[in-house]
Design a protein around this ligand. Sequence first.
Ligand code: PLP
Length: 405
Amino acid sequence: MMATEIGGVQALEAQFILQLYRRSPVTFVRGQGVRLYDAEGREYLDLLSGIGVSSLGHAHPALTRAVADQARTLIHTSNLFFHPLQGQLAERLASLSGLSRAFFCNSGAEAVEACLKFARRYWYTRGEPRAEFVALDESFHGRTFGSLSVTSDEHYRTPFEPLLPRVRFVPANDRDALLAAVSAETAAVIAEPIQGEGGIRLLTPGFGAAIMEASRKTGALVIADEVQCGLGRTGVAFRSSAIGLTPHMMALGKALGGGVPIGAALISEDVAKAMSIGDHGSTYGGNLLACRAALCVLDELIDGGLMPQIARLGRHIESRLKAIAAAHPIVKEVRGAGLIWGLDLVRDATPIVPAALSQGLVVNRTAGTVVRLLPPLVITIDEMDDGLTRLDAALGIVEAQGGQA
Ligand code: PLP
């Protein structure tokens, strides 16, 4: 594509696309492994993977083959009929999570939405309806009405109110506040084991124990939102296990399809028993293409032995990021695990994004002051080191720009 045509891409969008995103002025046209290429042929190291989605990187040979083969064979039939792949994918997810049933949908928000509805349905079936949900400050669960209702950010919520009534928010890692908020009226507690959009904030094992204690005392169900931090990202299948959470339901999305849209709500047998035919559904959910992609991702992640490598890489990244933080006064704190990291700055992190792009690096800003790294799960230590060297340079550029950046 010629340089002039890039302007054409942006002009066309400016005229016809609903303007909801503040895009960086880059047009990516191709990817290979952990690298992206723009329309002018410039190469970028991708430490964001499409916000945690491109788990196998770009144009991964096995995923490319699987998707192309499935597209040639059969893409979609609806949930009115059986196909061979949904049960296989559900079985794999059950053995990974210990949650015996799966509902497939198309995004993280839909997975959360399903979990919220299933929680309501569970209590309705028991003949003691419960309407209330308890969620955490700094949470992000999606943009549909239900998932937005348990998302804390006022900026996202206010224009769309009234949302679901009776959602109580408590500060993350505050045991007393949680125990005070959860009662026999609570249908479910929902939490991200690592709060992603909220700025890579880790829930502690103590707080994981408090959620389980609140659940035991009141019967409230526990929903773990593993959309961003799950599926190997921290070197274990699900981050819940690292903080002692044994949820009744789990929401998955992002990394599961490696870029092919798929979400999943995983459900315990006890909760599943409360559902009836027709209670919920999705036209596309779990179609052949999405299931084939997800099976391929799980093959690479689990059978390909990626997770121990991610855990090791995480320890290396931590020490490098701490050294980078020590060298840059604008970095206040480094938080994360495995391949999910945030650098919390003393100022707005917005200028880091163009500075990184100028160094051929893709990262993003979240929660105002946080630079977020969510590299593809297949990244090697050398590629990661290259990316962190570029990040170091980007931080230097922003520091040199000083107050006007
Ligand atoms: N839950 C979490 C923890 C997320 O990070 C996100 C997206 O960032 C969502 C849910 C919503 O997922 P989606 O954008 O696929 O609807």
